[in-house]
Structure formats: structure tokens, C-alpha cells
Write a protein of this length. Sequence first.
Lengths: 132, 171
Amino acid sequence: MRQPPKLRPTLWDFLTALCVAALAVIVAVFQWRGGQTQGLTAVVSVDGAEVDRVFLGYAAGEKTYQAGDYTLTVEYDQDGAQVLASDCPTRDCVHTGTITRSGQSIVCLPGRFILHLEGGAADPNAIDAVLG
Amino acid sequence: MKLTTKQLTLCALLTAMALALSYLENLFPLSLAIPIPGVKLGLANIVTLFALYALGAEQALLILLSRCLLGALFAGNINALFFSLLGGLCAMGAMIVLSRRQVLSVYGVSVGGAAAHNCGQIAAAMLTLGSSAPLYYLPVLLAVSLLTGGLTGLAAACLFQGLSHTDLMKG
């Protein structure tokens, strides 16, 4: 062998694992913090282009999207959104379940489909002001 | 790179084993338990890790490239080639750097490789989708890499121990 490996864990292995865990925590803090649950808007993108935008305050029901060769059915309600059905090979998008906070996404890689929640948007049909 | 017949045969054998392990892990989809795109056991990394120590970085890289190319061809999914190549090259780079520092065992090198592989896969997803949305999954994938890297490290350690009494790797 060119370089005989150490076969028993060393202190440096634990430090390496600790670095990986620390990186996970740091990314989580930046990616997961402060997700809002009110005034959510679901933004649907396919192949990098936005194809739909749904304000969740209206509990819109189900919608079907064509993403490449695949068809995805998304269910929207006031609490969040989920991919109900997909004919993509992995169906990770379906298994992800419901997303309920701003910043969360459901990704279907084979279909290049992204369902992303944005938060804090004002109700687009809300009354701006009442006069008189 | 000039290979002897023995080295070429070993590279071919290890490539075939890596492809078989990639196929095998599809029978145990980790994504059913952790529903995140790209989450997998990474059993083929056992072969990469073994090749890195036993044959050196150049031949390990050759095996990795052959495995990624043949895997994509056999699966009929050329789109997956970019993901496996970027993930695999990141893992290989990390493992080469970590293995050169003689202080780490195969466990630490394997965990570092698994974490780098997941970072590479997320980068590939971000480039493919043109969005930073996949970054949302990175913390979970890094946490999973501690488990999968530890498991592949254990498998590699058993392999090295099992082969320590043979002359297979000498010369």
C-alpha cells in the first residue's frame, strides 16, 4: 500500500465531524431563521422561470404544473403547500410533505421544478383604505 | 498515466464494484426516511476511499470518472452525470487533502468526503436550477453525511483489515 490508513478513530476524526456539524448549524441559522407563517405566497418556478404565484390566504386548492416530462399536482391551503402527486422518478418532492414557513422550498430535480414560500406579503386583493 | 496490467485490472474491478454498489443502494432508498433530493448512503464511496489509499489519487480519480460516466450511461440519465461528477470530484478533492494529513483515520477522511460530496451535489442543483433554493437542504444533508460517512468509513476499515493479511495491494 502507498499510504497505510489509520483504522482506529482519532481525536482529529471527531474534530472533523465537529467541523461538519458546525457548518451544518451555521448554514441552518442563515437558511432557516425567521421563517414567517402568515401572509405566505407560493412561488412556482420551472426551469428557472417563474410560472405561478399563489397567495395562500385564499386557500386556493389544487393546481397542476407541467415540469419538463413530468406532471406535478400541488395542493395549497392557508397553512402551506405540498406536492400531492408527481410522476417523476424519485418523487422526493411528494415525500417532502407540507411546507409552512417562508424560505422553505420543495424541489423536484428531474423536472427542474421549485415551489418556494415567500412571507410577509400583503394580501394582493386587500382594501388599501376606507374613506368617508 | 501508465498502468501495469495488474493496476489496470484492479481499476476495472473496482469500477465494476463501485457501479454494483451504486445499483445496490437504490434498493435501500434513504430518501424514503429522509425525503430530500440527493440523500443517499454513498456506498460507492467505499471503493473511492479504498482506491485512494491502496492505489493512489490518480487511479482513484480514474475509477471515479469511469464510474460516474458508466453509471450515467447505464441509467440512461445524462443529467445525473453532472450531479455525480461534481459531487464525486468534491468528495475526492476533500479526501485527497484529508488523507495527506496523516492524523486522520479512514473514518475522518470518509466523513469529510461525504460532507464534500453533499456540498458538490447542492452546488450542482443550484447551478442546474439557477436558484439558491437547494441550499435549504444543505444542513440536513451535512448532518446525514456524519452518519453515512461514518458507515462507509467503517466498511472501508473492515475492508483494509480483511485485506491486511493478503499481498493483493503490495507493489
